[in-house]
Design a protein around this ligand. Structure first.
Ligand code: ATP
Ligand code: MG
Length: 896
């Protein structure tokens, strides 16, 4: 039996033998595409090629791509764990042809691989073809059906509708008809007694499932819904690796293969619970109990989600409370919930499975191995913090249920259930489960209403509307390598250009335009470096470019208004002050990265970077605080490299592998093309597409402002360079000058300030001593004035005194008086009245008096309020003139 790793290799080998270039997987987390957060199919990384904005060579490629289907158009999250063939993260094996072979080649190769190489039984294979759609003006894909007939009998070819057999990446973008290959993996007995495989295709039968989809990309879906033909035909295929492995290993569940079994074994060892494989379930004498089924689902959920979360972290996406980070956090929390509820795991659990995952997959995906420590730490911290929230939520739910019991209610209202969901991450099913166990139900309808309201709020906040592109001109056909736009920003800051196309974008009622130029010196925001600003001008007009972003490998210029004549020739001019400042900060970031690795160690990995004209921010993996001494060392090393004025050594269009040989540092989770740019400043050598200073001397000076923690295992450094440092120095100098002048420009400033502080402390102590003595004397005097009323010593006084001293005084009086006491002190300080009541304990017990109640009543006379304990209470107020009346009122209330 082939192992999973052998099967992965055989796929690559087969397509290599068919002249395909074997390419690496793109990162699963997408950083620079506003339309997609995660890679959901193998073709995502080739979107630019398919749309004609990137060089298509080599035209035949194959790979295994890490995919995640948890948001947007492809979202399988809710199925995962409940069925046995959908995952959140999975590997998609794919082969591509960009204007090379088309339908016939793709169909023949797929068949050859499955039947001749892997020896799947043709009797078990069914294929689908697109039946056509009159509304779109599309006919049945007779062409594909014809090629299939070479391999399978007609009754193994099934027509499919637009939903199943017309593949679209998203609401807009490349699309086309497709043919899927389905496998009937039922047992021989089931096949004999049940319906035919043909009848079960696309019917959600867990043993008759799609394994490979061959997409024949011919169209581009535009924002207005219409289809436009692509300039070349593209083959895009995707085969679920885990499903293929299951078929070849003769299993009936993806989780019974050697991809998942080691993880499930670790889960069993840790929990002491048993997982039932498909066979064990089928051969079991008794039906599987519901509680055992819950355990099975939970173990599948955890095994699956462990992969999704670990790979995301390795790709640089940490769990957080926004965007992609939030999606990852939700996946992790879903796993924690299942482990908590069904596997009895009240403490962190998933992080304990990381070693097994790394052991199994670390060879095929070295990013896992290299970052095992970080992955473990991040998962554990997330688990711990969510388990704390879970506890709090359960506490809140218990309170709600107690209240319902007291009010004889049986239904939890939906608003409360929604609050649990919103603030504690309690999904409805968990709330329902806990309620059910306690004999309550949940108002689901109300919950859904709240949910809907929130979705609408989110939609309104985020809505961005893009109109279709309006073409102004097309690129001359001799432009290099079929690339639409020429980027000249590494060499120029001004360049002659034409507008190729523009579109209108509406966001929260704001309107602006996006322009694509045929040639541009403008750098579009990427890799943490902000985009260029500047102008587009000619003799007739000047248009301000407020920002530049990057989309599909091109700079997209953002302007508030369109030029009057978009077809005219323009000069595109970058604002060089800003550009030079951010270039210097970017170069400083490289030097910082280098210095951190030298001083802290090789475990330092870049985890985020932001570079703008006035600041730089650098996030990196490191497991403890960087000490002040280490920060100084880093600064000294960077500034030393600045003074050496090292010139940039830049290599463009270097093949990826060659760049690695140059010793360039590639980032995990970054998407690189076949050819990359390498930027070297002396010993610092990185893969980088950014704009840099021509030599390190241009940075001027480097200074770290702060070092802090941003997440488990991730530190952040903020720093400034050049002119910004100059300003910083002036501020410090001014502050120091001012401080010196307070101390008569003393030479030994630190010594003088130290002396002042010591003197101040001594004086403070002395004053406190005097005050205590004064209160002591006042207490003695007061006690002497005590009147005896029916055996109770009654003391009243109105004095100037601070509130704290009045309290002190009251307690001193109580300590000095034996027997029953009622002491009422009216004090005032800065025109603010204060009323204090102190009694002996027997006054509370025997006379049923309560100082708190009395003070509230009497404080009305000083226009105030307060409270306290039964034997001592205080109230403040606004009206000093009412103070003696308030004191009398207390005595009256006591009714002695
Ligand atoms: P299904 O109908 O089974 O959800 P799909 O139509 O969504 O599949 P495609 O988008 O065509 O699948 O993806 C190509 C291949 O990727 C599928 O044939 C399948 O083998 C695999 N695949 C798709 N979704 C998943 C998933 N969530 N987990 C594992 N494999 C998947
Ligand atoms: Mg699907």
């Amino acid at each position: 039996m082939m192992t999973a790793n052998e099967i992965r290799d055989s796929f690559k080998k087969f397509f290599e033998s068919k002249q395909h270039a074997i390419v690496p997987s793109a990162p699963m987390v997408i950083k620079d595409d506003p339309t997609l957060m995660f890679t959901n199919a193998g073709m995502n990384q080739w979107k630019d090629i398919i749309l004609g904005t990137r060089d298509p060579e080599p035209r035949r490629r194959a790979d295994t791509q890490k995919c995640l289907r948890v948001s947007g158009k492809h979202n399988d999250l809710e199925e995962v764990g409940h069925d046995t063939y959908h995952h959140t993260m999975f590997e998609m094996l794919g082969n591509w042809s960009f204007g090379d072979y088309f339908k016939e080649g793709a169909i023949d190769m797929a068949w050859e691989y499955l039947v001749d190489v892997l020896k799947l039984n043709p009797k078990d294979l069914y294929v689908t073809v697109f039946e056509g759609d009159p509304k779109e003006g599309l006919e049945r894909d007779d062409e594909a059906a014809g090629y299939w007939l070479k391999h399978v009998p007609a009754d193994h070819i099934i027509n499919g509708n637009k939903h199943d057999n017309f593949w679209e990446m998203g609401d807009t973008g490349p699309c086309g008809p497709c043919s899927e290959i389905h496998v009937d993996s039922r047992t021989e007995e089931e096949k004999k007694n049940g319906p035919t495989g043909r009848e079960l295709v696309n019917q959600d039968h867990p043993q008759v499932i799609e394994i490979w989809n061959l997409v024949f990309m011919q169209y581009n879906r535009k924002a207005d819904g219409s289809l436009e033909k692509l300039s070349m035909n593209v083959i895009d295929t995707g085969m679920g690796f885990e499903r293929l492995v299951r078929m070849l290993q003769g299993k009936h569940s993806n989780y019974d293969t050697d991809i998942f079994q080691p993880i499930i074994k670790a889960e069993q060892d840790i929990t002491g619970l048993k997982y039932f494989t498909f066979e064990e379930e089928a051969n079991s004498q008794e039906p599987i109990a519901k509680s055992q089924e819950d355990i099975n689902v939970a173990m599948r959920v955890c095994a699956d989600h462990l992969r999704a979360v670990s790979f995301s972290i390795a790709d640089g996406q940490l769990p957080s409370n926004a965007k992609a980070g939030y999606v990852i956090r939700r996946i992790l929390r879903r796993a924690v919930r299942y482990a908590y509820t069904f596997l009895g795991q009240k403490d962190g659990f998933l992080y304990k499975l990381v070693p097994t995952l790394v052991h199994e997959m670390g060879d095929a995906f070295p990013e896992l191995k290299a970052q095992q420590q970080l992955i473990t730490k991040v998962i554990k911290e997330e688990e711990d913090s969510f388990l704390r929230t879970l506890d709090k939520g359960i506490g809140m739910l218990n309170d709600a249920m107690d209240k319902m019991k007291a009010e004889s209610k049986t239904e939890l209202d939906g608003v409360q259930a929604f609050r649990l969901f919103d603030t504690y991450g309690f999904p409805l099913d968990l709330t329902e489960l806990i309620c059910r166990e306690n004999g309550f139900t949940v108002n689901e309808e109300q919950f859904n209403v709240e949910m809907q309201k929130q979705k609408e709020r989110a939609r309104n906040a985020a809505a961005v509307e893009n109109s279709d592109w309006v073409t102004v001109a097309t690129t001359p056909s001799d432009s290099s390598e079929g690339i639409e736009q020429q980027f000249v920003g590494y060499d120029y800051t001004e360049y002659n250009c034409h507008i190729l196309r523009y579109r209108k974008v509406t966001q929260k009622k704001n309107e602006f335009y996006e322009l694509v130029l045929d040639a541009t010196p403008f750098y579009g925001e990427m890799g943490g470096q902000v985009g260029d600003a500047g102008v587009l001008c000619n003799e007739a007009e000047t248009i301000e470019i407020i920002d530049t972003k990057r989309e599909n490998n091109q700079s997209v210029h953002i302007v508030k208004q369109l030029p009057k004549d978009p077809t005219a020739e323009f000069m595109a001019c970058v604002d060089t002050d800003k550009r030079n400042a951010s270039a210097a900060n970017h170069t400083a970031t490289h030097l910082l990265d280098y210095a951190l690795k030298q001083i802290l160690g090789d475990h330092v990995e870049q985890k985020g970077s932001f570079v703008s004209p006035d600041t730089l921010r650098f996030d990196f993996s490191h497991f403890e605080k960087v000490t002040d001494e280490q920060l100084r060392e880093v600064e000294r090393m960077v500034n030393d490299m600045i003074r050496q004025d090292i010139h940039i050594d830049e290599h463009r269009d270097v093949p990826f592998e060659e760049a690695k040989k140059l010793g360039a540092i590639a980032l995990f989770g970054e998407k690189y093309g076949d050819k990359v740019r390498v930027v070297r400043f002396g010993p610092s050598c990185e893969f980088c597409g950014g704009i840099h200073a021509s030599s390190t001397g241009r940075i001027g000076f480097f200074k770290i402002l702060s070092e802090s923690s941003v997440a488990a295992g991730i530190r952040r450094i903020e720093a400034k360079t050049g002119k910004e440092c100059e300003e910083l120095l002036y501020q410090l100098e001014d502050t120091l000058k001012a401080v010196k002048s307070f101390f008569n420009n003393a030479k030994d400033l630190q010594g003088v300030i130290r002396k002042y502080i010591d003197e101040h402390d001594a004086m403070k102590k002395e004053i406190e001593g005097f005050q205590a003595q004064a209160v002591e004397r006042a207490a003695q005097k007061l006690v002497e004035t005590a009147r005896d009323v029916k055996g109770v010593k009654v003391i009243t006084a109105v004095l100037p005194m601070a509130p704290a001293a009045a309290k002190d005084l009251a307690f001193k009086v109580r300590a000095a008086v034996e027997g029953s006491l009622l002491c009422v002190i009216g004090s005032h300080d800065n025109n603010k009245p204060q009323l204090s009541i102190m009694m002996s304990d027997d006054m509370v017990c025997d006379h049923s008096l309560n100082a708190g109640q009395m003070v509230r009543e009497a404080a009305k006379l000083i226009q105030g309020g307060g409270g306290g304990q039964p034997h001592f209470a205080q109230a403040g107020g606004k009206n000093v003139d009412g103070l003696s009346a308030a004191v009398d009122k207390v005595i009256e209330l006591a009714q002695l």
